[in-house]
Ligand binder design. Structure first.
Ligand code: PMP
Length: 463
């Protein structure tokens, strides 16, 4: 039974030629004239798309094209575009109070309660609001350093935590950091549990979680130079790095290492939280409770809002008014956040993500068998990725294939997450959690055609 039967009425259209159409092109040209290419999101991967209107799982461009949206604003619109209850909450709050600082807003207090209730872990908790995910990551760094009076932060190869300098310093990829050095001192990068490309050339589950042992040695500073480790920050399912779920045992190992060495475990759930993987938080699949959660994206239902949630004792060491961000915890964003939580709960969207996501994964694995250039299909719930290779034996990455497949999907009316992975050879899916199997069938068919087309291109030497 579809969650939103009315969405069944909307069919994605054949994309009209020329594409982008004349109206979209005019907007793109105007945008290009003034917006810095560094932040121009129209340039993201394969998306020269102008969006005029979104409803549920589809978006419309100004030329009358309709797209099935399997990227949801990069994992933000978990309740879909324009969910009526989220829209209503935003309108009502905007009429009452749009902004304040230095005073308590009723909506913000309601959201504080909701957040501490949702987050696993007993005992009192504290919430610190931010505006974006990267800002909250920065806040978490300040928090753990201040708490422990220690400074080294462990982050992982392939990690993505945002662009503010602290978060950027944690990034496990060189590209985003070139020309911007020096980074924040005290960040130590260690290999992630990337089983498809195990850094130790072992095979899960017989590997004994060698990557965990590596982290342990690094933390203990056995000839590594590490002196005062403060925290480990981990994406339980690496998103930007290539949609890589860490095995539960790896996260359990990190928990043990943190406990035995008096350091804090930070889970960055900016992309993987809010029901996306089939549970509120991806780390819940492992049973591990981190000390600090970082959340953003879907938290504000599309409005800018992020948060750090931690045990009270960690935050209470920080003296009052030692940290702030003027727009953080804005009442309209908080109202959208409350409505989002309400919809996620009442429409059982995490459960839907688990069920539809399992079906989606199965369908993708089936078509993968047809294409030798698909090396791996993986993910949890509705956070899935496909890694492309030149050769299944050597696993040599098919560099740039993520973007190309996304372009081919776009021309058939499907928006996907275009480029991830260490060589841009992963494409992914972050659809709204309201999708059903029929949306998956449509998407999988388009992906199948796009893979076939890309295979022809590669064979012809144009890939
Ligand atoms: N952490 C993770 C895991 C993310 O995926 C992202 C954004 N993709 C961020 C942090 C940064 O969030 P923002 O873009 O809102 O700063």
């Amino acid at each position: 039974m579809p969650i939103h039967p009315e969405l069944e009425q909307i069919k994605i259209s054949d994309i009209r030629e020329p594409f982008p159409g004349p109206k979209a092109l005019a907007f793109l040209e105007r945008t290009r004239r003034t917006e810095s290419p560094a932040t121009a999101t129209f340039g993201i991967g394969a998306h020269p798309v102008v969006m005029e209107r979104g409803e549920g799982v589809v978006i419309h461009d100004p030329d009358g094209n309709v797209f099935l949206d399997f990227v949801a604003g990069f994992g933000v619109l978990n309740t879909g575009h324009g969910h009526p209850r989220v829209v209503e909450a935003v309108k009502r709050q905007a009429e009452k109070l749009i902004h304040l600082m230095g005073a308590v807003s009723t909506t913000r207090t309601d959201l504080l309660d909701a957040l501490t209730e949702i987050t696993p872990g007993k005992g009192p908790k504290r919430v610190l609001f931010g505006v974006g995910g990267g800002e909250a990551v920065d806040m978490a760094i300040r928090l753990v350093r201040y708490y422990g009076k220690k400074y080294e932060i462990f982050a992982f190869y392939g990690a993505y935590h945002g662009r503010p300098y602290g978060a950027l310093s944690l990034m496990g990829r060189g590209v985003g950091r070139q020309g911007l050095q020096p980074m924040l001192p005290g960040v130590v990068h260690v290999p992630y549990a990337y089983c498809y490309r195990c850094p130790f050339e072992l095979q899960y589950p017989g590997c004994g979680i060698a990557c965990g042992r590596f982290v342990e040695n690094a933390v203990k500073g056995q000839a590594t130079g590490v002196a005062e480790p403060a925290a480990i920050i981990v994406e339980p399912l690496q998103g930007n790095g290539g949609m890589i779920p860490a095995p539960p045992e790896f996260l359990q190992e990190l928990r043990r290492i943190c406990d035995e060495n008096g350091i804090l475990l930070i889970a960055d759930e900016v992309m993987s939280g809010w029901g996306r993987t089939g549970k509120w938080f991806a780390i819940e699949h492992s049973g591990v409770e981190p000390d600090v959660f970082v959340v953003g994206k879907a938290l504000g239902g599309g409005l800018p809002l992020s948060a750090v949630i931690c045990r009270a004792e960690i935050a209470d060491l920080w003296e009052p008014s030692r940290d702030s961000s003027t727009l953080a915890g804005n009442p309209v964003a908080c109202a959208a956040g409350l409505a989002t939580i309400d919809v996620l709960k009442s429409e059982l969207l995490a459960e839907n993500a688990a069920a539809v996501g399992a079906y989606f994964l199965e369908q993708l694995r089936e078509i993968a068998d047809e294409f030798p250039m698909v090396g791996d299909v993986r993910g949890l719930g509705l956070m899935l990725g496909v890694e492309m290779v030149k050769d299944r034996q050597t696993k040599e990455p098919l560099a740039g294939a993520g973007r190309r497949v996304a372009q081919l999907c776009l021309r058939q009316g499907l928006l996907i997450y275009p480029s991830g992975g260490h060589s841009g050879n992963v494409f992914g899916f972050l659809p709204p959690l309201i999708i059903d199997r029929s949306h998956v069938d449509t998407a999988v068919e388009i992906v199948r055609k796009s893979l076939a087309e890309h295979q022809r291109e590669v064979q012809a030497g144009h890939g």
